[in-house]
Write a protein that binds this ligand. Structure first.
Ligand code: SAM
Ligand code: SF4
Length: 341
């Protein structure tokens, strides 16, 4: 099908990537994302159905040039029958890259069904290798299950597996080197994400951010110098680094490390993403204060043009940048789990 017109905003940014949340529910309660008690979840009937999701993705691929789709949440693997959704969307023409972000807990069960359904790439979150620290961060048990999930996924032959570590100052420092070694041992890339003001408790302070530069210093001190390398996708949020002549001790030669410096070095200028929440609202940025309802349109019998136009309106309204470190910044009403990370 021919491309009608890409989603280009007022600043000339072309949007080719969709992050779609399939649920706001989760089997963990990470402090930087969810409250420990009393999380507010969208009523089940408000979640977009698999058919609604498939319609939206097909439209965006055929008429707006969306080619990358990432499923997220909440924890996407707690959405019932997720492999069935993956099977439906993996057939859509124009979607070149289909990926999923998960906390890994349910991967021992779901890695194989996901791969068989057509999932290509996984990002698996892991902040620590220590059970006590895991419980401190996620308020639940199970680092052994996350590690088993990572190993199950590796065994299933996904095209790419990346590990994501959200780095919070005071917690992450002592884990960074062991997590790099863990990734190196398994031959997968690890990326460190700066802590962003998307926690429910609104306790985020700039002083809690362990910057990408500080993370790089820690890695280099223990494991040797890193050199910046061109990322495979120029609009990806992670800057990539490789070890130079890595020590035989780490065996890390050629291993890539990613730094996602959303706070200290924002990459808004090259942003190519739009988002759809699990309850069917379009968001043009993680940090935007505005949402554009899609669910109401879908359920009121809107035609394809009306749906596409709602995306165009959302993209037209996108701000130049998130302004996290500006005095006027205020966090969005929805925390991370409800937006979709
Ligand atoms: N539940 C899945 C998971 O944890 O991978 C997918 C959703 S989660 C919101 C996606 C990613 O966002 C995870 O890597 C998580 O660590 C990260 N994240 C959550 N809250 C964050 C925050 N306040 N700042 C930076 N990253 C955050
Ligand atoms: Fe759940 Fe992921 Fe948020 Fe942790 S970061 S509470 S695993 S959605």
């Amino acid at each position: 099908m021919s491309l009608e017109s890409p989603l280009i905003d007022r600043f000339g940014r072309r949007h080719t990537s969709l992050r779609l949340s399939v649920t706001d529910r989760c089997n963990l309660r990470c402090f930087y994302c969810m409250p420990e008690h009393g999380a507010q979840f969208a009523p089940r009937e408000s979640l977009l159905t698999f058919e609604e999701i498939t319609r939206i993705v097909s439209l965006l691929a055929s008429r707006c040039g969306i080619r990358d789709l990432r499923l997220t949440g909440g924890e996407p693997l707690v959405r019932r029958d997720l492999p069935e959704l993956v099977r439906m969307i993996s057939k859509i023409d124009g979607i070149k890259d289909l990926s999923l972000t998960t906390n890994g807990l349910l991967l021992p069960e779901f890695a194989r069904p996901l791969r068989d359904a057509g999932m290509k790439r996984l990002n698996i979150s892991i902040d620590t290798l220590d059970e006590q620290t895991f419980q401190k961060i996620s308020r639940r048990q199970g680092i052994d299950k996350v590690i088993a999930g990572i190993d199950a996924a590796i065994a299933c032959g996904f095209e790419v597996i990346k590990l994501n570590t959200t780095a919070v100052r005071g917690i992450a420092e002592s884990e960074i080197v062991s997590l790099v070694r863990f990734a190196v041992d398994r031959g997968v890339q690890i990326r460190f994400i700066e802590f962003m003001p998307l926690d429910t408790d609104r306790s985020w302070r700039t002083t809690d951010v362990l910057s990408g530069d500080a993370i790089r210093d820690i890695i280099e001190r223990e494991l040797g110098p890193l050199v910046a390398v061109a990322p495979p996708n120029p609009s990806q949020p992670a800057s990539e680094f490789e070890f130079v002549g890595a020590s035989t001790e780490t065996g890390a030669a050629g291993q890539r490390i990613g730094l996602i410096q959303s706070v200290s070095k924002p990459f808004c200028e090259s942003c190519d993403r739009i988002r759809v929440t699990a309850d069917g609202s379009i968001r043009n940025c993680l940090f935007s204060q505005q949402e554009f309802s899609l669910r109401d349109l879908l359920r009121s019998g809107a035609d394809d043009d009306q749906l596409v136009n709602r995306f165009r309106t959302a993209v037209d309204a996108k701000a130049a940048g998130h302004g996290i470190t500006e005095g006027t910044f205020s966090p969005p009403d929805r925390p991370m789990y409800s937006i979709g990370g």
